[in-house]
Structure formats: C-alpha cells, structure tokens
Unconditional design. Structure first.
Length: 345
C-alpha cells in the first residue's frame, strides 16, 4: 500500500461563547443498578448489583422514557461465577467471563459454548459486532481476540504494539477500529474482522484518542487535542489498491466548546475537551460529554451532526450522560450507583 498522506488539518478551534446550561430533570431513578447499553430496538439494559457482594447474575430490559422493566434475562448456568458480561444488539446472544476471567461462555438461543483459551486472561472488555456474528475481546496485554460467535472458534488475534484503549465496530462493514496506547506508525488501526488482517494504519493519530467511535453513517468520530470531527477514511475504495491514499477530517466537523476561563487566568476563553460521545440511532444527533469550569461540573452538549450547530447544553452534576437511540432521552449514570432517565426538554 502506498504511504498515506494527511490531506486535512485538524479541526481548528472555534471560539464562540455558549449560553448557560439547562439542568436535566430525571423522570425516573433506579438505585443499585449499572447501565450496560441499548438494544437495537432502543431499550435500556441494566444490571443490578448488591452493595458489598457485587453484580447480580441477571440483566434487565427497560423502556428509556419511563424506566419501566419489560423483561429479565437470567444466567443460571453461570451460578455465582458470572463476571464481565456483554450482549448482542438483538439481545439474543450473550457472552461472559467467569470471575477469574479465564473462561469465556457464549449463549445463543439454540446453542452454548465455552472456551478456556490461555489468551483470555487480561481481557478488559467484550464487544459484539452490530450483526452479532463477531465478538471482540480487548486484552490488556496488547492484543484483541476476534471470536466467531456461531462456530465457537477464535477467528483471529490482532497483535498491537501496546495496550488497546478502545475499539469500535463499523455499523455495516466487517471492520474494527482499534486505538492503542502508543505506536510510532500511528495508534489508530483498522482491521478486517472476517480475515483478521490489518487494512489501515492512520498516520498522525498517536496515543489515546478520546472520543473514538463510529457514527451510524460509518464515519469515525475522533478527537485530537481540543479538536473533534469526523474522520474520512475512503472506505468506499477498499480493494481498489489505492483506497488508503488519503484521509482527513471531513465536512460536518463539530466546533470546540469554549467558556469564560476561571478567575486568575490571562486567557479570556478556555476550551473544554470532549470525554465521550453517543449518537442517536439515525445519526442526526450527537451528545458530547465535557467538564465545565470552574468546578469541572459534568455537562453534555447536544449537536446536530449535519450542520454542526449546538442544540442544547445540559449540566449533569454527579452523573455521566448517554444519548438514547431515540435522540430524545438522556440516560444518566450517577456517581452514587444510580441510573436515571431524563426526557430532553
């Protein structure tokens, strides 16, 4: 593959004072539960935990607008040895590690398999692909295992230069983007999940990149410094030999958040970095998590992804916010072990 070249500069800072934030008003609150994610239908998945004894061996399926429980998933075959747990978007397939993190179990409607591969020890996260056919096991020792869910076999091991920090599946292609702690060539790589082959190393992006997530339309949202934008990777040219000749931040980049600096600083405006992102299911809205000055209060910025315009700023003190797939509800993980739902005003 010919060497890659940078065709667009990092998104410049856009200094524009933003109006005061709106406090969120939770419509429901659940105590002693953890938020795990959403199903492809937009349902909220929570896992109860017992203070002093850990997570419960069950999942709860809830409505995002009301918090009402619609279903309960239990794992009797795991007994009291259920550790890290993940679910496919259709909520038909589940994967978990035992508490020692050396045995992987995958349960499907008509089949269950278990593996005690030595390479499982050190697994940080289990993540299903959008179609539920591939399971990625991110490992602290510098690799990612790809498992064929239906066959119960390890398809490939993606060898990295350092510890992986995050990964994200493309919404419709057999591609996995991985961000590792450090690599001289570039800390963001793309891998074919069918073959386990690396298809691209993105130059210029080194170290931990946060946020790091594919949008519903297949663009990769990344942050570098205080700049946030969608990375155009030329994926439509896959297999044409020179598809990776260029990359850059494309249209629809999101302006950098700024606000008055705390007293005592010479600068008038301070930029606040983005810590995490979440999208509505149709990709029209994106929620950015930041910390506002001067007390580093958690806050969220709701943007229109087509225009890059800021729709609303929310203060979420004591909580981490995620945008529900409907684009109209915030799910709050509080620092007190609660999960809350707040309809957007």
């Amino acid at each position: 593959m010919p060497p890659l070249r940078l065709t667009a500069a990092l998104l410049p800072l856009v200094f524009a004072a933003i109006a005061g934030a709106v406090p969120v008003q939770p419509a429901w609150t659940l105590k002693n539960v953890s938020f795990l994610g959403f199903t492809e239908k937009g349902e909220v998945i929570t896992r109860p935990f017992y203070p002093g004894s850990g997570d419960a061996p069950q999942l709860e399926r809830r409505r995002p607008r009301t918090g009402e429980r619609e279903g309960l998933i239990v794992f009797p075959e795991a007994g009291n040895d259920l550790g890290r747990l993940s679910f496919a978007p259709d909520l038909q397939t589940f994967a978990w590690l035992n508490k020692a993190a050396d045995t992987l179990t995958v349960r499907m409607p008509q089949k269950r398999w278990t593996s005690s591969s030595p390479g499982l020890s050190g697994t940080q996260a289990l993540t299903f692909s959008p179609d539920g056919r591939t399971l990625a096991a991110m490992n602290v020792f510098g690799y990612v295992q790809l498992w064929d869910v239906r066959k119960g076999e390890r398809r490939a091991t993606l060898l990295l230069h350092s510890q992986p920090r995050s990964l994200t599946f493309h919404p419709s292609r057999p591609l996995l983007a991985v961000n590792e702690t450090w690599s001289e060539a570039g800390s963001v790589t793309l891998w074919n999940t069918d073959t386990g082959q690396k298809v691209l190393t993105v130059p210029g992006l080194k170290g931990t990149v946060r946020p790091f997530q594919f949008a519903p339309d297949g663009r990769l949202l990344v942050k570098q410094g205080f700049s946030v934008g969608f990375l155009e990777l030329g994926l439509d040219r896959l297999g044409q030999g020179d598809w990776g000749l260029s990359w850059g931040l494309g249209p629809g980049a999101i302006p950098t958040y700024t606000e008055p600096c705390p007293p005592g600083l010479q600068a008038r405006l301070c930029a606040r970095g983005v810590r995490a992102v979440s999208f509505s299911a149709d990709g029209s809205r994106v929620l950015l998590n930041i910390a506002r000055t001067p007390q580093n209060v958690p806050a969220s910025l709701l943007y229109d992804t087509k225009t890059g315009s800021l729709l609303k700023t929310f203060d979420t003190p004591g909580a981490f916010a995620v945008l529900a797939p409907d684009g109209r509800t915030l799910i709050l993980n509080t620092f007190r072990g609660e999960v809350q739902g707040a309809p957007l005003p």
